[in-house]
Design a protein around this ligand. Structure first.
Ligand SMILES: [Zn+2]
Length: 239
């Protein structure tokens, strides 16, 4: 039995399949991660036009059959985010976003906060050339960790609860540690990194705080190592 589903979705990746088909990796508002086949999409007179491309936001009708992949029955554009493709930095940031989301969210399971974050970040990359800077990318990742339940502990030392002299990040424990509790394998995580991370989570993406290069590296490392240790997810560093 085949079932028809409707959802809004963002195209994260497109791969050629066979002579004229493509397989799309989608993040959907209703069902989370979905793989779908677009039949005949690479023919010049495809009914899909040019809209089944990475970083398009679409309204889709999908058929779900017995296989792993759904089939795209129809697609209409919600937002093509066309302007981000006109700037190399913005397109590069969108590609990194796509790669990150594909690795982090691999379940067919609705996560509305995550969906909205992805859509907001693409909209920002589309309208604001400054959104391709690393601070905004790190703020997006920090918010995505929160939305997916992998946020590190930053309020107090994960070992003793101390709230002062917090100097390092423990990947194994998933949070910050004080000077006394620091162990080998922990890395420097200074007050500026802490302030950036906390500020980035609270502020809208468009108002991500500034961070010096050292703090950017420390926050980047905290995010990649937290995911490696606690989500079993390997993501590429933004640094
Ligand atoms: Zn401690």
């Amino acid at each position: 039995m085949s079932q028809t589903l409707k959802t809004e979705a963002i195209v994260l990746r497109k791969m050629r399949y066979g002579e004229a088909d493509s397989i799309l990796h989608l993040y959907t508002r209703e069902f989370g991660r979905v793989g779908a086949i677009a039949k005949g999409v690479r023919r010049s007179k495809s009914r899909f036009g040019g809209r089944l491309e990475p970083f398009f936001r679409l309204d889709l009708v999908l058929h779900e059959g017995r296989g792993e992949l759904m089939t795209i029955a129809s697609a209409s554009t919600v937002d093509p985010y066309s302007d981000l493709r006109t700037r190399a930095d913005s397109l590069d940031a969108a590609s990194k976003l796509g790669d990150f989301v594909l690795r982090l969210l691999d379940e067919r399971e609705q996560n509305l906060p995550a969906y909205n974050l992805v859509a907001n970040m693409l909209a920002l990359l589309n309208t604001d050339p400054r959104a391709s800077q690393r601070e905004t990318g790190l703020a997006f990742r920090a918010k995505m960790l929160l939305a997916s339940g992998f946020s590190p502990e930053l309020d107090a030392c994960v070992h003793c609860g101390a709230t002062e002299d917090l100097v390092a990040f423990s990947p194994a424990s998933g949070g910050i540690v004080c000077r006394d509790c620091r162990e080998s394998g922990d890395f420097d995580f200074g007050a500026a990194s802490h302030a950036f991370y906390s500020g980035a989570i609270k502020a809208p993406l468009a108002q991500a705080p500034d961070a010096d290069p050292d703090s950017q590296r420390q926050v980047d490392k905290a995010i990649t190592e937290t995911l490696a240790h606690h989500a079993n997810v390997r993501i590429r560093s933004l640094a």
